[in-house]
Design a protein around this ligand. Structure first.
Ligand code: ADP
Ligand code: MG
Length: 474
């Protein structure tokens, strides 16, 4: 690597001068979060954690992630329409994982009744890390793909200006001009707006389904405001509001508080905790409706780690993309080793492999939102303590990606200014809209770089571990 920020990192006085400038730039740009203590009050907000300088990212790997996004969009859309595949692949998981079983039950129930929805909107973020082998070669490896509530597209649209300003203040004008343009919030709004337009009811609204605790509201507001600019009405409701006040009319249009709903954009619904019994009923009601769900329940199931693992089997991608060998090659080129832990010989082999070298793997349950995975010795504890062999099926095993660590300052409200050893995760945002059988829109719409100190194996920005960043292409 030729470029580096060593001149800055080795100058403590300069760091102390520049950090407050960076923080003010973040606040001015709206790179903000509500506080943990007051997650539902905007009167107190603070900057969202971010890196002092953009982190160096190989341009070739960035381009590779960008180039494969439309393929992933297409793949997700096709998998979500393949009942036989989802049924077969998730059969073992459904038996042992109550949450996935609940989603699956609703999925089957809606299929049986007949799907009223005719416009489909997918907004996803495919996450990668840069694996570094013993010879120092780096390669792009997918961590996972998020098909529900993929966040930080809003704030990521504002962080480029922050790093530009910091580089300018440091006199690094040339480097400042090399930062990549990024505006996922516009792309996300374009997708929602297209779905709304195809739903074709001028008075209908877009419903943002939001958390009880709304710390990350500004990330959502950036998308919301893009929709208002296009004269599309947005309302925000919780799952509880839907369970108490939503209804379907005779042709299964969805209504809440007198508003007809064209699009439901989920920013919750991916964790078991999100649902009580009424919550599940509300989910079923929405799924039965004509409204465009982002995502529909099939697409949420398509984003499970079990589906990711099954898609990595030889021949699995061919089932969906037989006529597109280049797309298959691009997609497969990003896969890390993924292994089934289902009951039987194959699963036994996987478990033995993990027990023999736990430091080489990550053990993952079917959960989203960070903090659920197991690493190293923990993997042994989990596998050795499994009593009923079917329980093992609720996990998949994955090769651990080993990026080359680098240095950066992680600016977090209330934390000391210190140089950390870091690794990054690059997310690519994708959007697609399908009407009936016709793909109307399929695009890559921007990126998100998150960086964390190497002492943490897991955990996102919301958990206070990772921070927002920008790729500096090299
Ligand atoms: P979640 O749905 O909880 O976000 P992820 O699969 O993204 O689940 O895992 C959470 C975090 O764990 C990732 O952001 C990454 O930091 C780490 N992680 C996941 N898979 C791997 C892997 N194969 N190698 C190294 N780190 C991983
Ligand atoms: Mg993740």
């Amino acid at each position: 690597m030729t470029a580096s920020w060593d001149d800055v990192f080795n100058n403590r006085l300069l760091i102390e001068e520049i950090a407050p400038i960076a923080i003010d730039a973040a606040l001015l740009q709206g790179v903000i979060l509500r506080t943990k203590e007051q997650p539902n009050l905007s009167e107190v907000a603070n900057y969202a954690p971010f890196t002092l300088l953009p982190s160096l990212v190989p341009k070739a790997l960035y381009d590779q992630a960008k180039a494969v996004q439309q393929d992933f969009n297409l793949l997700l859309d096709l998998v979500s329409q393949d009942e036989g595949f989802l049924e077969e692949v998730l059969a073992s998981t459904v038996k042992v994982d109550d949450f996935i079983a609940h989603l699956f039950k609703i999925y089957k129930q809606v299929l049986k009744e007949g799907i009223a929805q005719s416009v489909f909107l997918g907004l996803n973020r495919s996450d990668y890390m840069f694996d570094c082998d013993t010879d120092g070669n780096t390669s792009l490896k997918q961590i996972e793909i998020n098909t529900i509530a993929a966040s930080f597209g809003g704030l990521a649209s504002r962080t480029t200006e922050v790093h530009k300003h910091v580089l300018n203040v440091l006199g690094k004008y040339k480097q400042s001009s090399e930062l990549l343009p990024n505006n996922p919030s516009k792309g996300i709004a374009d997708g929602i707006a297209k779905a709304w337009e195809l739903y074709a009811s001028e008075k209908a609204v877009v419903l943002f389904l939001v958390e009880n605790s709304q710390r990350n509201i500004f990330d959502q507001r950036l998308i919301e405001n893009e929709l208002w600019k296009r004269n599309i009405r947005v309302i925000r409701r919780k799952l509880k509001d839907v369970s108490e006040r939503a209804l379907l009319d005779q042709d299964r249009s969805l209504y809440i508080d007198e508003h007809e709903v064209a699009v439901v954009y989920f920013r919750i619904g991916y964790m078991p905790d999100n649902y009580d019994e009424q919550g599940w009923e509300a989910r079923l009601l929405m799924e039965r409706s004509k409204a465009v769900k982002c995502p529909d329940i099939a697409t949420q199931l398509t984003g499970t780690k079990k589906v990711q693992q099954e898609l990595s089997r030889p021949g699995a991608l061919e089932r969906f993309l037989a006529s597109k060998p280049e797309a298959i090659a691009r997609i497969r080129g990003t896969f890390a080793g993924l292994y089934s832990l289902d009951e039987g010989e194959e699963g036994d082999k996987t478990a033995a492999m993990a027990l023999a070298n736990p430091e080489r793997f990550v053990l993952k349950p079917q959960r989203e939102g960070g903090g659920n995975n197991f690493y190293g010795e923990e993997i042994k504890d989990v596998l050795e303590n499994i009593k009923d062999p079917s329980e093992r099926t609720s996990y998949i095993l994955m090769d651990k990606i080993r990026p080359q660590p680098f240095r950066n300052y992680l600016l977090k409200a209330g934390s000391d200014l210190k140089l950390s050893e870091c690794i990054s995760e690059l997310g690519m945002f994708g959007v697609y809209v399908r009407q009936g059988k016709e793909m109307i829109l399929n695009e890559q719409i921007g990126h998100l770089l998150r960086t964390k100190a190497t002492e943490h194996e897991d955990g996102g920005v919301a958990a206070g571990v990772a921070v927002l960043d920008n790729p500096y292409p090299i």
